[in-house]
Design a protein around this ligand. Structure first.
Ligand code: BTN
Length: 250
């Protein structure tokens, strides 16, 4: 889908763009409506965390999708499309760098987190009705609070500041193209590219798994978006997000 124009709702400040979308009557909202706030006063991250973003420096947006062509058990496809679209954009902007998708929601550049996503979908019957795709992309911020784990930004990596609005257009184009690829039924290509970009795919790493430290190797992701791993002692694991977390390298 070439998104030439999209419906943009732009705000100087919101608590959270995802929260704003949740309050809308989405049946009245066009697909690819984008809610953009220059500042979020209570941005929401994964696992109950806050999403901290310097005002006017980064992209904090939520894109409203209506992937009604997807079945309810295909919600991971939306996560995948968004991650592929964001990583496409970063591969264009930062061609000298290593771009990875850290399962399930983060985008890393050279091992540092540049972007997080928070996606909430609703169902109608056995299909998806709407998906609010929240994206926090670090663009011009160069200093981060100490508690933010392992951050980076486009400006830190490229040495250049970027104007946010054209970058938002590029981001929506990249996600639109991936969304169209999915709509066209090209799932195999997306699965392959997702694995090619998956951080630590087929590499041994240390994880926190149900309170224990384990060494394991990612073998893939199943159709429900669960991470598949094998442990150093040969056990197979199939994990939801709350069950496993990558530990920082020593
Ligand atoms: C993460 O923890 O990595 C997910 C971060 C998601 C942040 C984005 S910013 C725009 C949207 N609105 C929110 O409140 N959160 C998401």
């Amino acid at each position: 889908m070439k998104i030439e124009k999209f419906n943009l709702l732009q705000f100087d400040s919101l608590e959270s763009t995802n929260k704003y979308c949740e309050l809308l009557d989405l049946s009245e909202v066009e697909e690819f409506t984008v809610v953009w706030a220059l500042e979020q006063t209570a941005g929401i991250g994964q696992r109950g965390n806050r999403w901290e973003s310097e005002p006017d420096a980064n992209l904090t947006v939520s894109i409203i999708l209506k992937p009604t062509f997807l079945r309810a058990d295909d919600t991971f496809r939306v996560t995948q499309v968004v991650a592929l679209g964001i990583s496409d954009l970063l591969m264009e902007l930062l061609p000298q760098h290593n771009i990875h998708i850290k399962w399930p929601n983060d985008i890393l550049v050279d091992g540092h987190k540049i972007c997080g996503t928070l996606i909430a979908s609703t169902l109608q019957g056995d299909h998806i009705a709407t998906a609010i795709c929240g994206i926090g992309l670090n663009v011009n911020q160069t200093l981060f609070p100490d508690w933010v784990p392992n951050p980076t930004s486009i400006a830190l990596l490229s040495g250049q500041r970027h104007v946010l609005r054209p970058l938002l257009d590029q981001l929506i184009t990249c996600i639109g193209q991936r969304y169209q690829q999915l709509r066209d039924g090209n799932r195999t290509a997306q699965d392959e590219q997702y694995l090619q970009r998956l951080y630590n795919y087929k590499k041994s790493a240390r994880y926190q798994y149900h309170g224990q430290t384990i060494d394991a190797t990612i073998q893939g992701v199943d159709t429900f978006g669960r991470l598949l791993l094998t442990t150093a002692d040969g056990q197979s694991l199939c994990c939801q997000m709350k069950e496993i977390a990558l530990l920082p390298a020593d």
